[in-house]
Design a protein. Sequence first.
Length: 241
Amino acid sequence: MNLIEVKNVSKRFGGLAALSEVTFELKQKEILGLIGPNGAGKTTMFNVINGFYPPSSGEVHLRGRKISNRKPHQVCKLGVARTFQVVRPLQRMSVLDNVIASAFMRAATKAQAEEVALEVLKFSNLHDDRETISKGLPLGKRKRLEIARALATLPEIILLDESFAGLNPTEINEQIEIVNKIRSERGITILIIEHHMKVIMSISDRIVVLNYGRKIAEGIPSEIGRSPTVIEAYLGEEHRA
């Protein structure tokens, strides 16, 4: 079952085409990687899917329903959460209060929001840091907090924007475990942007490759890793070797 269908989406900023007629599907309980060089249009695609930008042409459908004319909070309410490449928690608030704020997307009371937040913090291995002021967290935990805030909205789909960037090997392994658990234990479908090729190749069921705003390849990781087009545009000759 396709949860999200991106249909011939283009996004232009004046004379610049950030996306050009991109089409792909995100299947239920799938991890779909979205890769490509800097400036390829990956984050712009996220911004179109979650309603931050309207497409210049084309449509995005969620469970067969057009969502590309909706605002971000409306898209989130429909079950699509996202993280951001630049992590910006509510810095003067505790880790717990950061997640409580997100939980109010669905919770009707403070008690309900706190219950959701505490469960999500345990899932994200941040429960011991719940009283810590978020600006004091190291990068690895701030990345996990970003995921926890998204999970607190109780999404069906989560868009992860470079959740592994800047992490050390131990933190990368912890993050891989959490991402896999999001799918296996919570049944959440994942669309992920990531430049760390060992990570994206190991966790993705399929991968879509963008270059200069156009889709240049789509397939399982082994196919993408062998694609001459992808190697030339993004992976480089050292990957071929």
